[in-house]
Every structure is written in structure tokens, then in C-alpha cells.
Design a protein around this ligand. Structure first.
Ligand code: ADP
Length: 983
């Protein structure tokens, strides 16, 4: 293998030298090239005679303070001495006496780190004063030589844990002798500075015996390289490989370049043996490997060992290069990015796009928080400060920067400790409440009480008001009025169907797109820390899949907890104790109990017709008129029309539908007014340019649109009748109408001018759209059919009951009919989507009715022999509850006795098996519903008398109400004899 290698190397040797180095050669002759040339014998031996002043590389052992320094020595004989194999070179040297080879007994110097190679320079420290003195003495005696031997590692001690300098100096005599490697170097002591001794290696030595112990003196043999054939191809090839490897390393390692340069410039002659020493000496191999090279006297073997070392060095330098490259790339990449970023910033600044600059941001946040500095809790200020510092440290393009910026944005946008001055003026509050809402005196009274308490306590916190009632009764708008009365900001937050706790408590900041909860958003929007927050539809709170919204809401509402409300996003507690919470609900029963517990429920039951008329007239109509841009004098809706609207179209408890219908009417009126105005303008324009017949045609066409609504127009002044076209349309000019068309013929131009003035004022000022009960259907369509009252006189077996739902109170019929009769066929079948409670109620009613009939008509076997069917109409709507018992009994008895129930009677109440009447809920709603259905007589359980007495007089007015304890009383009222006699 080696042979093959060598032959190729030899064959391409010249080519190699010249082919690969020409660049080096032409520029400045490389030292290595020179060295190589010497080996090949092709170049001049320039360097051989250059100088006898030698510069030696310092050994790189770390203990030298002058590491890397070069010591210039006059060394006349060293050259000859170190190269005995070349007789020519020694001829130039003047030898001194005694010659180095005469030193057979030398002082032994321990080398802790590396062996010394012939031709190399090394400083060492000698701490042993005796040894130092002996060295100085030998220098004085013109015998400046000593033996330098590498120290063996202490047996059992890890070689990597190198011995301290101190322990080396402590070694003496025999101990030291045993620790020295046998083969070392004869070293010339070139100078001694203090305890630092400078050595130059000369030739290899081997210790033969110990002479004296202190200082350690040994007998040595001088070693010579084994003779070898200089022209041996394998040796040449190996040395070649060493050289080319050295050259490769040289390319990458600047440290080596220095070594090589120095060495090859000054080495007098170049031999294979020297090459091997050189390679080993400058390599970074471990000391044992290097010592091995020193000990090897076979030049070829030595070359091989060196080759191994330099190859390893080559690998290391490659790794070093790639590490350096990678790091350089990384650094340059970062630098590049930094530069580009800076450029981008500069460009943005130049274009005025740089708005979110970090400092600008920080100062914006600081400015914002400055106004709250005194009132803001210290822990919040601390968090803000920390976040601001963090913002400065973060990369502007990083995602965390955005998170921090948004967080700071929220933190600084909240109104920390800033409150609006609360107004506890009861008189003013009353004015405001009356201004916004008609009636509701009980509700208003409760609110005024609340404000009065607030005035005495100095704060209105600590209570949660819950307004309950059917839709459209003004719960939300009362909430708004309370805010106005108290001079608080208003915020509405609907929780209907809310299932996500994060809506209330916020998301954690770690989520992408995280947002704080509604309360924090509210505070940011209203800008004060004491707003009135209306939590709408609290009875429709959803059920969360993760976390319970009701508990989160409780945390928010509970006065005990909300002084330190913790939003997940904000992460600092906020004080919500100053916030006034008002909730709204349709059905109080659906509010989670822990929440209901903390509320003060105010029921808003709904309105009777009379109240609705007032609301429509004084509030809704006014507001709608303004919203439509119509002036009061342009329209008149008669009382009869309003009444008709309420009775036939808007019978529900609230007024939202009424409001919608009124808006509908006003929108239509607005269209009519605008059309008429357009018609006027068109007609006038037509008069100027068009012939008579063409104009008439167009007027007809336009007026056609109005035909649909049989609109009545009242022209109050004679002059305004100049709008001749009104006479041609179905719109009637009620009074003072004249056709002025002939006038226009007389003075066309003048009249147009005059009319223009009129156009601007007259139609708006004097013409009125009249809405009365006759044309109401033109505006709101045909009346809605109401199933609530289907019988004028209820037939036998049918009774009107009163029910109560989320939409308010309502009347409903209970019907019983006979299916079949026969001995022992007595049974009951019920329909009408009744719930379990109501089904049971029907069974009880059946039993009670039977016993009552037995009592009243002992001979009537009706219930025993009849299969009955009881039905509650509107089967599409599920019904349940316990207030229809007495109605069912009455219905069954009516059938059993074949007697009519008294006309215009409605009843409500649950009955026990013994016929006792139990109280019911929703008295007000039921009363209102009964009034709507034109009921004249109502039967309530006695226990509900108090509820009824509390109702306002206008609700109770004209009603014949009976309070009963026992079913017998109902029996008497329902089947009063006159009624049945009449029929
Ligand atoms: P709710 O919240 O109970 O469903 P809203 O507060 O939205 O009802 O009321 C519906 C409309 O009816 C609002 O425009 C409100 O102003 C009006 N309204 C309700 N009650 C009254 C009242 N007593 N006086 C004047 N307007 C009323």
C-alpha cells in the first residue's frame, strides 16, 4: 500500500511541487516551499547560508509569560551540532570546547508539559534554588548544558488533571528521577532571568544512571538516528505527505503559519528527521504522543508518527474552520438583519410611517396613566412599570411585543379611580323618571327610595336591582333612566345565551387574540369607574361547557367579592364595588338562585289599555314623530285610532309592538308627505313647460300612488288651496279648497314664483295627515285575529281561566265535553300540551267536581257514568302550572249540571281535594290580561287579596273582584241563578 502511494507520489513529485505552488512561488517564496525544495534538491540552498542567527519558536506551553516571544541568541555551534547527519553544514560552524557530545553527565531538568525537540526553544521555570544555582554555575563554567526530560504522569492520576507547577517543583532526588522519561534532550541554557531559564534543544539523550540527587544529576547517552537511505522512496513519500499536510494546515491556521515561517527561514538544513521533529513539535498532540516521536530513532517510523499527529491537526483545523465559519455566518446574519431593520426604521421615519416606535409607544402609555397616577392602586402602577420595561427590551417584530403592547394598552386605558359625581337629588331623579316613562309609579317609587338611601349613606353601592317583567315593558329603558337620574354612565351587557365564561372573566393573555372580559371593556368604553351596568336577560344565561357563567357572574355582581374582581386577561384586581348593577329578566324563577339571592326584584307587570294610550300619546308618538322628521302640525292620530291600534293590534303586556306599529304609521305618513310635496313641485314645473293635457295626465299618474291610502287631508287655510292637484287626487281637501289652475293661466310666471314660496312653507304648515279608526287599517293592515276571546257567551262546559307566562298574563279557556256515557264509564281524558302538574290538577278537579256534584245534586250520576274530555285550546303552546284547578272544576260542573257559567267571568286558583282554594302568582299580570279580554268579574284566592289591593286604581277600576277561600263560593258566583234563568 505504502509502495503504491510512494510510487505515485514520486512520479508526480515535481509536478506536485510546481503545479501546486506556483502562485506562492511567484509572489513571495514560501518558507515551506523552500523547505520542500531542499528535500527535492531542485531549488537553491539559499536558506542554508542566510544566517547563523537563529530565531526559534517559543514553546507554546502556557506557563511562559513570554509566550510567543522570540529570543535571539548567538548560537554558533548549535547548528552544526544539531545536524550531524549533514557534514557540509557543520563545516561552517566554529565549535567550542567542550562540545555538546562531551556532556555525559548533566543536570536533569523536568519538563511538565511537552518534551523539547532539537532545534526548538523553550522557557521553563526553575523554583529549586539549588538547581538554579547549579545551572548558573554551569553557565559560568562555559558549560551551559543540561538534560531536559518530560515528566511522567503520576501513576493513578488522571493525565488530564495536570499536576500543579508546585508539586513538580517539590519533586526531588530519587522521586524526581523515577518520574522522568528516559529519553530527553540536551538543552543549551541560553539565558537565566530570575527563575526563568531559556533552553534550546540540541540532541536526544537517554538517562543511564543517577549520579547525585540534589540537584538531580544523571549520566546520559547521546542518541543518534538510525541510519537510513535518504533516497528511499517510501521515506520521501511519507515526508512529502507530511509536508503537504502541513501546507494544508498552513492554509487555514495562522498560528501554524508563524511557526513554519520562522522555522523554515532559519533552519539551516532540512532533513527528514528534522521534518518529523518539526511536525511533532508544532502539533497540538498530547505529550505522550509527542514524547513517542522524540523517542523514536527510526526516521521512517518517526515520520509516520508525525504524519499521524499533523493529520489529526488537519482535522482539528478543519473543524475549527467550520466552527468559525458557522459562527461568522450567524453573526453576519444577525448584523445584516439589524442593519436592514435600522434602514427600514429610517425609511419609515422619513415617510412618516413610524408611529409605533417603542419610545413613542411608551410615552403614549405613560401619558395616559399620568392622569390617574394619584388614584391608581400602587400594584397596578408597578405592573405597568414592569411591562413598560419589558416593552423596551422586546424586539418590535416579535409576537410577545404585540402581546405586551396590547396588554399595556388595556391597562392604561382603564379609568383607574376616576368617578363621575353621583347625583342623589330625589326631586330631579323623579323628574327624569317621569320624563322617560309613563306610569310605573311603584317601580319609580322603589327607585327613588333607593336613591334616597344612597343620599343618606353617601353611596348607592351594595345593591343589585333586578327588573322583571314581560318584554317591552320598559325594563331596559328604566335602567337607562336610573343611570341618567344618578348621573352615572350607562353600559348594557346582554347575557342571554352566554355560555363562555371568558366573556365575563376574559381570556388568559397567552391565547392568540385574547381579550379582556365585558366588564373591563365596559370600563374602557364608559371611562368612569362607577357606571351603571345593565345586565340584560339574566334569566336566559347559558350553561357553559367550560366553567359556569352563573358563578362568574356572581363573582362580578356580589358586593362581597367584586371589590377585587380578577379578570384573566388583566391579571390585576379591579374594584367594581362602585359599579351599580341593574339586571333585567322575564321570569324571575329562571334566575340562578345564588344570583337571585343578592338581588332586589322590582316587578314591571305590563300595561292596561288606558296606560298604553298614554304611553303611545305622550312618549312613543312624540319620539317617533321626531325620528321621522315630521312636525306635530302635519299629522293627527285620533284617540279612537290609538285605542283601535292598542285593542286590535297590540294586546300584549309590553309596548314594544305598539311602538313598532306607531313607527309604521309614521313612516307611511312621511312617505305621503314627501310624495305630495314632490307632486306639487312636479305640477308646478309641468305648468311652465308642458301643455295642459300632458300635465293632467302626469298628475293623475302620480296621484295614483296615493289612491291606495284613503288619506284625508285637512287644509286649514283657504290660501293654501293653491295646490290645485290635491283636488284631483283621492286626498280630500276638507275645507276651503279652490282650483287655481285658471289663475296660473293668467299669470303663469308670477304665480309660480308665489307658489314656490308657498311650497316651502305651506304644505308643512297647514296640511295635516289625519289617522283615525276608519283609515287605520291602511297604515297597519287588517287587525290581528286574537284567539283570547273566542266566545261571547261561553257554552256549557267552557270557562275562562287566567294564566301567567313570560310574555305577561293572558286569558285562556278550559273546555270539557262528554265523550260517551254508560254505567261505570266515568273517566277523564286531557289534551292541550299540559305539563305533569296541570295533568294532576285535572285529576284532582275531576274528583272534587264529582264530590261537589254529589253534594249539590245527589241524584245526578253524571261523573260516575261519563267519559269526559278536557281540553285547553292553543294546543301548540305547552302549558303547565298550578292555578287552573278551580277553572277545571267549574268547567266539569258546568257540563255535569248543564248550566252556563256566568258571562264575563274569569277565575284563577288551585283547589285542594277538600275544595280549599290555594293562592297563585302574577295577580297584576292576570288582572291586566282579564281587562284586555273585557272580563268584568274575576275570582281570586283570598290569599291574593293583598296583591290585588296594591294595584294602582286605574288597573282595578270597574272590575268586580271576588276573593274566595272555598270552592263553594266559586260555585255560587259562577252558576248564579239569574244567569242560567236568563238563558
Ligand atoms: P324591555 O327591556 O322591557 O324589553 P324596553 O325597555 O326595550 O323593554 O322598552 C321598549 C320600548 O317601550 C322602549 O322604547 C321604551 O321607551 C318604551 N316604554 C316602555 N315602557 C314605557 C313607559 N312606561 N313609558 C314610556 N315608554 C315606555
Amino acid at each position: 500500500m505504502l509502495k503504491v502511494l510512494s510510487s505515485t507520489l514520486v512520479s508526480c513529485r515535481h509536478a506536485h511541487v510546481f503545479a501546486t505552488v506556483p502562485a506562492l512561488r511567484t509572489k513571495s517564496p514560501s518558507p515551506l516551499f523552500d523547505a520542500l525544495s531542499q528535500l527535492t534538491g531542485l531549488t537553491s540552498r539559499r536558506s542554508r547560508t542566510v544566517t547563523n542567527r537563529w530565531f526559534f519558536c517559543s514553546d507554546s506551553s502556557g506557563d511562559s509569560g513570554e509566550d510567543g516571544s522570540r529570543v535571539e541568541v548567538e548560537l554558533k555551534d548549535a547548528k552544526a551540532d544539531s545536524e550531524e547527519s549533514d557534514p557540509k553544514s557543520s563545516s561552517a560552524i566554529v565549535s567550542t570546547n567542550p562540545r555538546p557530545e562531551d556532556y555525559l553527565t548533566v543536570l536533569a531538568l523536568p519538563l511538565p508539559h511537552r518534551p523539547l525537540f532539537p532545534g526548538f526553544y523553550m522557557p521553563i521555570y526553575v523554583k529549586d534554588p539549588k538547581l538554579l544555582a547549579a545551572l548558573q554555575e554551569s553557565r559560568r563554567r562555559q558549560a551551559p548544558y543540561a538534560g531536559a526530560f518530560l515528566l511522567k504522569d503520576e501513576p493513578g492520576v488522571d493525565s488530564s488533571a495536570s499536576e500543579t507547577e508546585k508539586s513538580v517543583y517539590d519533586l526531588k532526588g530519587k522521586k524526581l528521577f523515577n518520574r522522568l522519561h528516559e529519553v530527553g534532550t540536551l538543552a543549551q541554557i541560553t539565558s537565566i532571568q530570575g527563575d526563568q531559564v531559556f533552553l534550546i534543544g540540541h540532541r536526544r539523550l537517554r538517562i543511564t544512571e543517577l549520579v547525585s540527587e540534589d540537584p538531580l544529576t544523571v549520566k546520559v547517552d547521546h542518541l543518534k538516528d538510525k541510519p537510513y537511505d535518504k533516497d528511499d522512496d517510501i521515506i520521501k513519500a511519507t515526508s512529502f505527505e507530511v509536508i503537504s499536510t502541513l501546507r494544508d494546515v498552513l492554509k487555514t491556521s495562522s498560528l501554524w503559519r508563524d511557526h513554519v515561517q520562522t522555522y523554515t527561514q532559519h533552519v539551516g538544513d532540512f532533513s527528514f528527521s528534522r521534518l518529523a521533529d518539526f511536525g511533532a513539535a508544532i502539533s497540538g498532540g498530547n505529550k505522550l504522543q509527542i514524547q513517542q516521536v522524540l523517542e523514536e530513532l527510526d526516521v521512517y517510523k518517526r515520520l509516520i508518527l508525525t504524519l499521524e499527529l499533523v493529520k489529526k491537526e488537519m482535522e482539528i483545523s478543519k473543524i475549527q474552520e467550520s466552527i468559525a465559519k458557522a459562527i461568522e455566518e450567524k453573526i453576519s446574519g444577525e448584523q445584516r438583519r439589524y442593519l436592514l431593520n435600522e434602514q427600514l426604521k429610517a425609511i419609515k421615519k422619513e415617510l412618516g410611517l413610524e408611529t409605533d416606535d417603542k419610545t413613542a409607544l411608551s410615552s403614549k402609555f405613560r401619558e395616559r396613566i399620568e392622569q390617574y397616577k394619584d388614584k391608581c392602586p400602587p400594584h397596578v402602577l408597578q405592573v405597568i412599570e414592569e411591562e413598560l420595561t419589558k416593552l423596551q427590551l422586546l424586539e418590535a417584530s416579535s409576537s410577545e411585543f404585540n402581546v405586551t403592547r396590547n396588554y399595556l394598552d388595556w391597562l392604561t386605558a382603564l379609568p383607574w379611580g376616576s368617578y363621575s359625581d353621583e347625583n342623589f337629588d330625589v326631586v330631579r331623579a323623579q323628574e327624569i323618571l317621569d320624563e322617560d316613562h309613563y306610569g310605573l309609579s311603584d317601580v319609580k317609587e322603589r327607585i327613588l327610595e333607593f336613591i334616597a338611601v344612597g343620599k343618606l349613606r353617601g353611596t348607592s353601592q351594595g345593591k343589585i336591582i333586578c327588573l322583571s317583567g314581560p318584554p317591552g315593558v320598559g325594563k331596559t329603558s328604566i335602567g337607562r333612566s336610573i343611570a341618567r337620574a344618578l348621573n352615572r354612565k350607562f353600559f348594557r351587557f346582554s347575557v342571554g345565551g352566554l355560555a363562555d365564561v371568558a366573556e365575563i372573566k376574559g381570556h388568559r393573555r397567552t391565547y392568540i387574540g385574547a381579550m379582556p372580559g365585558k366588564m373591563v371593556q365596559c370600563l374602557k368604553i364608559v371611562g368612569t369607574a362607577n357606571p351603571l351596568v345593565l345586565i340584560d336577560e339574566i334569566d336566559k344565561l347559558g350553561r357553559g361547557h367550560a366553567g359556569d357563567p352563573a358563578s362568574a357572574l356572581l363573582e362580578l355582581l356580589d358586593p362581597e367579592q367584586n371589590a377585587n374582581f380578577l379578570d384573566h386577561y388583566l391579571d390585576v384586581p379591579i374594584d367594581l364595588s362602585k359599579v351599580l348593577f341593574v339586571c333585567t329578566a322575564n321570569v324571575v324563577e329562571n334566575i340562578p338562585n345564588p344570583l337571585l339571592d343578592r338581588m332586589e326584584v322590582i316587578a314591571v307587570a305590563g300595561y292596561i289599555t288606558d296606560e298604553k294610550v298614554h304611553i303611545a300619546r305622550d312618549y312613543l308618538e312624540k319620539a317617533t314623530r321626531e325620528a321621522c322628521g315630521i312636525k306635530p302640525e302635519q299629522v293627527e292620530v285620533t284617540d279612537a285610532a290609538l285605542l283601535g291600534l292598542i285593542e286590535n293590534y297590540c294586546r300584549e303586556a309590553g309596548v314594544r309592538n305598539l311602538q313598532k306599529q306607531i313607527e309604521k304609521i309614521y313612516r307611511k305618513i312621511a312617505l305621503q308627505l314627501v310624495r305630495r310635496q314632490a307632486l306639487n313641485e312636479f305640477a308646478v314645473a309641468g305648468e311652465v313647460v308642458e301643455p295642459e293635457n300632458a300635465k293632467a295626465e302626469s298628475v293623475d299618474e302620480s296621484s295614483h300612488n296615493l289612491a291606495g291610502s284613503d288619506m284625508k287631508v285637512e287644509s286649514e287655510t283657504v290660501e293654501s288651496s293653491s295646490h290645485e292637484q290635491t283636488a284631483e287626487t283621492p286626498v280630500k281637501a276638507v275645507k276651503g279648497q279652490t282650483d287655481n289652475r285658471c289663475q296660473s293661466d293668467v299669470n303663469l310666471k308670477g304665480r309660480t314664483e308665489w307658489e314656490r314660496v308657498q311650497d316651502n312653507e305651506a304644505p308643512k304648515a297647514v296640511e295635516k295627515v289625519l289617522v283615525d279608526e276608519l283609515n287605520l287599517a291602511d297604515y297597519v293592515g287588517k287587525p290581528v285575529f286574537h284567539a283570547e276571546r273566542i266566545y261571547d257567551q261561553t257554552p256549557v262546559g267552557v270557562v275562562m281561566g287566567l294564566a301567567w307566562t313570560a310574555m305577561g298574563g293572558s286569558t285562556l279557556y278550559i273546555e270539557t265535553t262528554l265523550v260517551e256515557q254508560g254505567d261505570g264509564k266515568g273517566a277523564l281524558h286531557v289534551t292541550g300540551q299540559l305539563g305533569d302538574v296541570m295533568k294532576e290538577s285535572a285529576q284532582i278537579a275531576h274528583t272534587v267536581a264529582r264530590s261537589i256534584l254529589l253534594e249539590k245534586e245527589p241524584n245526578n250520576p253524571f261523573f260516575a257514568n261519563s267519559k269526559l274530555h278536557l281540553h285547553v285550546p292553543a294546543g301548540g303552546t305547552p302549558k303547565d302550572g298550578s292555578s287552573a284547578g278551580c277553572t277545571m272544576i267549574t268547567s266539569m260542573l258546568s257540563l255535569g249540571m248543564k248550566k252556563f257559567v256566568r258571562k264575563d267571568l274569569a277565575m284563577t286558583g288551585e283547589v285542594t281535594l277538600t275544595g280549599k282554594i290555594l293562592p297563585i302568582g302574577g295577580v297584576k299580570e292576570k288582572t291586566i290580561a282579564a281587562r284586555r279580554s273585557d272580563v268584568k268579574t274575576i275570582i281570586f284566592p283570598s290569599a291574593n287579596r293583598r296583591d290585588f289591593d296594591e294595584l294602582s286604581p286605574n288597573v282595578k277600576e270597574g272590575l268586580d273582584v271576588h276573593f274566595v277561600d272555598d270552592y263553594n263560593q266559586i260555585f255560587d258566583l259562577a252558576f248564579s241563578d239569574e244567569q242560567n234563568k236568563e238563558k
